[in-house]
Design a protein around this ligand. Structure first.
Ligand code: UP5
Ligand code: MG
Length: 191
């Protein structure tokens, strides 16, 4: 079933390590959004050990984007389990992702995009890799994730700008400062 109303969705985008999960956590903590990370949902599938999970795991290690329908089915299931408003974190990351979501679930009410230099992203991910256990937090996978982001994910923003609002926010500053700008963008009082 389509979540209702369909426009209570905010996409949260940005390069790998740009702070999507961190800012979604703060928004959820202070304002009670339902937060779904597409990457987390996919990693749950990998952890299940299913055949499809194994295939997804291989894609993640290579920084490749899994089929739109696989991710959308996981998002639909997650959204059906909770009331909105929703933060959809790390999706859509290709034009195909964006068009398929729009066709099946409607147009998002806005997009938060975190702009962070590649230098900062790499430093954050290498550091996180010391303890995250993520198969893609190593230099080789990180470079592949950057390449996919530049060639396939970033161009989606130009399309999203034509159908909804995009708030581009610098994600370089400490997380509290970034969060203050997020609140401002969403018209919420900074807690
Ligand atoms: N940190 C955060 N904010 C900071 C700040 N302001 N100052 C200093 N440090 C800050 O943060 C990353 C690290 O930086 C953390 O250590 C944090 O403390 C610190 P985080 O909030 O985790 O950033 P995030 O943007 O969520 O980084 P993540 O690694 O999750 O981003 P990715 O986009 O790479 O990962 P995701 O999980 O979305 O996707 C993983 C893979 O799944 C993709 O590469 C792809 O293969 C696959 N995928 C699909 O195929 N389809 C999808 O739709 C989604 C994913
Ligand atoms: Mg994340």
């Amino acid at each position: 079933a389509r979540p209702s109303p369909p426009n209570d969705v905010i996409f949260v985008l940005g390069g790998p390590g740009s702070g999507k999960g961190t800012q979604c956590g703060l928004l959820t903590q202070h304002f009670g959004f339902a937060h779904f990370s597409a990457g987390d949902l996919l990693r749950d599938e990998v952890a299940s050990g299913s055949e499809e999970g194994n295939a997804i795991g291989a894609m993640i290690k290579e920084g490749k984007i899994v089929s739109a329908q696989t991710t959308i089915d996981l998002l639909k299931k997650a959204m059906a389990s909770r009331q909105g408003p929703y933060l959809i974190d790390g999706f859509p990351r290709s034009m195909d992702n964006a068009k398929a979501f729009e066709a099946q679930l409607g147009v998002a009410s806005g997009v938060l995009f975190f702009d962070v230099s590649q230098e900062t992203l790499e430093a954050r991910l290498i550091k996180r890799g010391e303890s995250s256990g993520r198969v893609d937090d190593n230099r080789e996978s990180i470079l592949k994730r950057f390449a996919t982001f530049q060639t396939t994910s970033l161009p989606v923003l130009d399309y999203l700008r034509t159908i909804t609002r995009v708030w581009k926010i610098s994600g370089e500053e400490p997380k509290e400062d970034v969060f203050a700008r997020v609140c401002q963008a969403l018209g919420r009082e900074v807690p």
